[in-house]
Design a protein around this ligand. Structure first.
Ligand code: GMT
Length: 376
């Protein structure tokens, strides 16, 4: 098949959407495609030098009359410039706002055919499409994309309902690279946080209210009352200080460790026995997939796309949002039953490798590119 020249735009410094976009770029580059990241800074997961990957920085004009420097216009113009100069076949943008709108603008600017693919990740629809000042713009960007993908069926459903969209939306789940996400040897590291015989629960997030970190503490309090357990909290965000205070108030300070932001997520996850994800809203829940690939079952909520990723009773245990008693019960049941835990762990590894692996999902995206380019 033809090697493609693809421009990728995403939020390069935070979030699962940026992680997935960057990893996809790396996978595509490994397959020989030429990848041009068009972003305001180097994507944080890009790491070392990669053959076939180029980076184009978007510079914003800060002229003194601007109260709000026009990033969107600079981005659209950079997209058009790169598309023209590098003869891109298509632009793949992650997160509708403003990236899909910028891609639409860029398309009008170039003097050659340029296809656009938009991937919806979550709050670009579930939160922003509820804002009347953005809704019509998001609908326009989506309907004018040559292909639209979403990371769960639940997100597709919500997009259709909220924006009244009838055009096809491809379901393309997120993925993890199995060469990076696998159960790592971590006996020494685990000893830094837990005594032999103690279990380890973990939560990783950006500590925003939607993650319900209070529920994480509640689940942990219930579990540790029954089984010797430690809780590791990884990441930073607006709810972090409140969480630290709450841990002290609950008298759990000696049982909870705050690890802050971590680079080697697979290594950190491998310390855990269970991942906690009791989110209010989650179109996919990338961290649950990262945990699954490391053999760690997730205890969480049934919000959004989580049930499509975590199979209740097989690779994790899910309950209604806020039902921390049921989530704790599932955790206790798993931690007490060694045989069941081992079966869940095996099921996690198998599901991550077969349904959410890098090769499979990269091929899904490639097929979409060839389709929009009329190359199938
Ligand atoms: O909107 C956000 O919360 C950030 C966004 C992101 O950029 O990471 O998260 C969304 O996209 C992720 C990657 O597809 C999904 O794993 C998250 O579930 C989704 N967040 C929400 O739906 C709240």
């Amino acid at each position: 098949m033809k090697r493609l020249k693809i421009g990728i735009t995403c939020y390069p410094t935070l979030g699962g959407s940026g992680v997935v976009a960057t990893e996809l770029g790396k996978q595509l580059a490994d397959r020989g495609h030429e990848i041009h990241f068009i972003t305001h800074s180097i994507p944080f997961r890009l790491g070392k030098y990669h053959k076939n990957i180029y980076y184009h920085e978007v510079e914003v004009n800060n002229y003194y009359v601007f109260r709000y420097p026009p990033y969107d216009i600079s981005l659209a113009s950079k997209m058009a410039q790169v598309a023209q100069m590098q003869q891109l076949d298509l632009l793949h943008v992650h997160y509708a706002v403003p990236h899909a709108i910028c891609a639409f603008l860029a398309k009008q600017m170039v003097q050659r055919e340029l296809k656009t693919v938009t991937t919806l990740h979550g709050t670009d629809i579930t939160v922003l499409a509820q804002d009347e000042s953005l809704k019509d713009m998001i609908r326009l960007a989506i309907t004018r994309s040559d292909a639209v993908t979403a990371v769960s069926s639940d997100l597709i459903k919500e997009t259709r309902e909220l924006l009244d969209i009838t055009e096809p939306i491809d379901l393309t789940y997120n993925f993890v690279d199995k060469r990076v996400y696998y159960p790592r040897e971590c006996t020494g590291l685990r000893r830094d946080y837990a005594q032999p015989g103690e279990k380890v629960l973990m939560h990783i997030s950006n500590f925003r209210p939607v993650k319900r970190v209070g529920d994480v503490l509640d689940i942990f309090a219930r579990v540790q009352a029954e089984i010797p357990t430690k809780l590791l909290l990884v990441g930073e965000g607006p709810e972090l200080s409140r969480t630290q205070c709450r841990v002290r108030e609950m008298g759990l300070a000696d049982k909870v460790h705050f690890l802050g932001k971590q680079e080697d997520v697979a290594q950190v996850i491998s310390i855990a026995d269970l991942m906690l994800l009791p989110s209010e809203k989650e179109s996919f829940g990338l961290v649950a997939l990262e945990a699954m690939a490391c053999g760690v079952p997730t205890i969480g909520s049934q919000a959004g796309g989580i049930p499509e990723l975590v199979t209740h009773g097989e690779t994790g245990w899910l309950a209604q949002v806020g039902d921390t008693a049921a989530m704790a019960e599932g955790a206790i049941m798993l931690l007490r039953d060694e045989a069941k835990y081992a079966a869940f762990r095996e099921a996690c590894l198998h599901r991550a490798r077969t349904r959410f692996c890098n090769e499979l999902i990269t091929t899904d995206y490639e097929d979409i590119y060839y389709r929009v380019l009329g190359l199938t």
